[in-house]
Structure formats: C-alpha cells, structure tokens
Design a protein around this ligand. Structure first.
Ligand code: G6P
Length: 369
C-alpha cells in the first residue's frame, strides 16, 4: 500500500496532487488549442441530439452532482440550453417529466452508484438519450448509457472525491464547447480563447498546489472549529458546496455551502466571532457583489478566509486570511479554486486524527439505495 501511495501519507493527498496530470490526461487526443482541435470521440451519432436539445437534464449524486452544477453554468452560458441538475435519488422517485429524445447527462466517478443507475434506466424507458461521464471504464453506468466520455482520471481510492471532480468538469467543459460551436452559440474568438485557456489549467492547478504550506498553517488555526460556512457566487457557488462537503466528509466538522447572496436569508444568523467563513472570491463578474458579502460577514465578526485571484489587493485588506490562486476564465475557475479547499479539508482532517481515506459511515461507491 505504501508503494501505491507513491510516497504520500494518504491516497487523498496523492490524488489531489495528481490533478495537473489527470486534467492533462483528460485532454489527450481530444484537445489541441493550436490547431483548434476539440473532439470527444465518445460523442458520435447522438452528439447532434445534444446540439439540437431544447433542454438538458443532468443526474448525479454527491461530488458528481456538484460537477453537474458547474456544468449547468457552463452549458447555459456557452450553449444557451437550459439545464436542470437533479439528485438521482430524487429524480427517480418523482415521475420526472422526460419525453422522447430528451437529453440526459449522467455523471458518476465509479459508474456504480445505484440511484444514478436507476435514474438512467428510468429516463431511458421514457425515451431519453443518455450520455455518461464516468471514470471507471466498463462500469455499469458506462454500459447503461448510449454514449459518453470517460474522465480518464485514473483510479480514485480516497473516499472523498478530488481528481475525479476536476476531471468531470474538464470533460463537461469540453463537451459544452464542442456543442456550443456546433450550435453557433459561441463566437470563433471566444471558442479559441477557451481552448487556449483550458490548456493552461494543469499549470494553474500546479500553482494552486504550491499553496499547500500556507493552507496547512491556516488549517492549524481552524482545526478545532465546530462549524464552517463556505460562500461563493456564480461559478464559485458549486465550489462552495464542494468545499463544505469535503470538510464534512473527512473531518466531521459541520459545514454548509451557500450562494453568498443567499446567506442573508439564514446562515447570517450563525455568524459570530467563532465562525470561519470561507469565501471563494476570485475576480469574476460577481466580484463586487462578493466583496459586499465579505463586508457583511466582517461586520458580524466572522473570520474570513478568502480564495482570491493573484494580485487582488482589495479582499486581502478585508479578510483575515487570503489564499491567492492564478487567474483564469471564470467558467474554468472551479478547476483551480477547488484545489485549496481540498487541501484545507485534508489538513484539518489529518490534524484532528481522522481516517482521511476511509471516513466513518461513507463508502467510495454506494451500490445500494
Ligand atoms: C459516494 C462517494 C462520493 C461520490 C458519490 C457519487 O458518496 O463517497 O465521493 O461523489 O458517492 O459517486 P459516483 O461514483 O457516482 O460519482
């Protein structure tokens, strides 16, 4: 097992560090910005169904559902197709409105999640076309879907999903760009900018990983907290959910992810001088709004830890701790901004003596209801 961990103390840390490579592996043979090549070979005859779709339904569970939320923003922005993201376990039991030819994307690392599989069978029985985004080749979900694209992240052993999440977002971004180009909902210029930007992501994730020592110090300060709040807007809202989930899963600290503006309708009541609030506050179209949300938390003495874009000077003057990640297009920022959150939860869990790779009560794949 020590050999399998490749010198890392835990699989989770190894998998976090593998992300620059797993994201590049995801591009292999599919993306080449200099030639303008973008092709997911697994999307063949049904790709046109997606190009002509009047809506897309995404079904998944857990972290894969969070990747689905990021995909909702991406598909809506670039393809102008309305997207609904559903928990597979809810979808399957409420007689969902699916008609012949509807497009469904199922996301699953393991490809074995019982609820996701059952939701696929249900959608299929109603005539939907199902695309799979799976990590495990030949898994039940990969076989049950009509077409799909593997994430090629390699085996993920840590129960808390990390590299599979970023690989899912990578595949879904490529899928959305491919479809957007065919639909004509993206300009040539923007399309090429996005391909170029996608190729820079592994290096930017590498830079985010270099923040490890700083994140370890911050973890030391907050390791005894009993609650955490994670806030973000736009593309960083699903990242807030994922950051909170990572912390809950492996450190057993209660954490909630929320859209930053929605905080005032509830979570703000929890904020006092003991509440750590992690803001994912990178420079994007909602930046100014997030700045006001940080002020609201500061006014109530909340302890702000902010993930910001390199070079930002405003938020560092307001937050107690800032973690600077490289700039990228806001649509791709989740791939970078989630990395410090993975590391934060990892270090806090280790410091609390938790079993990081096999947290209590959780399973890597949930093959029963
Ligand atoms: C379990 C795992 C999570 C995972 C979820 C969905 O809860 O512990 O890490 O996100 O299942 O799994 P899937 O394999 O379908 O992505």
């Amino acid at each position: 097992e020590a050999i399998e961990k490749g010198g890392y103390p835990h699989f989770m840390l190894k998998e976090i560090y593998e992300q620059p490579k797993s994201i590049s592996d995801c591009f292999r043979g599919r993306l080449n910005a200099s030639t303008g090549h973008l092709l997911l070979g697994g999307l063949r005859e049904y790709a046109n169904k997606m190009v002509n779709a009047d809506r897309i339904v995404i079904i998944a569970c857990g972290t894969s559902w969070h990747a689905g939320l990021v995909a909702e923003y991406i598909f809506e922005e670039f393809c102008r197709i309305p997207v609904e993201v559903e928990y597979a376990s809810e979808f399957r039991y409420r007689n969902p409105v699916i008609k012949e030819g509807d497009v469904v994307i199922a996301i699953s690392q393991s490809g074995e999640t019982a609820d996701t599989l059952a939701a696929i069978e249900l959608a299929k029985s109603k005539g939907a076309v199902i695309f799979g985004v799976c990590n495990v080749v030949g898994s039940s979900i990969a076989r049950a879907t009509h077409e799909g694209a593997y994430t090629h992240a390699g085996p993920e052993i840590g129960v808390a999903s990390t590299k599979a999440f970023t690989a899912q977002i990578t595949v879904l971004s490529m899928m959305a760009l491919m479809i957007a180009q065919r639909r004509g909902t993206i300009s040539e210029r923007r399309y090429h900018e996005m391909l170029v930007e996608l190729e820079t992501i592994p290096a930017k994730v590498e830079k985010a990983l270099a923040l490890n020592a700083q994140i370890e110090q911050i973890s030391e300060i907050f390791k005894d907290a009993t609650n955490f709040l994670y806030l973000g807007r736009g593309y960083n809202f699903p990242v807030a959910l994922e950051g909170a989930l990572k912390l809950k899963e492996i450190s057993y600290i209660h954490a909630e992810g929320y859209p930053a503006a929605e905080m005032k309708h509830g979570p703000i009541a929890l904020i006092d001088e003991n509440m750590p609030v992690v803001f994912i506050a990178t420079k994007d179209s909602s930046y100014e709004k997030v700045v006001s949300n940080i002020q609201e938390v500061r006014a109530r003495k909340g302890r702000v830890i902010a993930i910001v874009t390199e070079g930002d000077t405003l938020i560092p003057s307001m937050a107690e701790f800032t973690i600077e990640v490289p700039a990228t297009d806001e649509a791709l920022m989740p791939l970078v901004s989630v990395v410090p959150l993975q590391l934060l939860s990892y270090h806090i869990a280790v410091m609390r003596g938790c079993n990081v790779d096999q947290p209590r009560n959780l399973a890597k794949s949930v093959t029963v209801e």
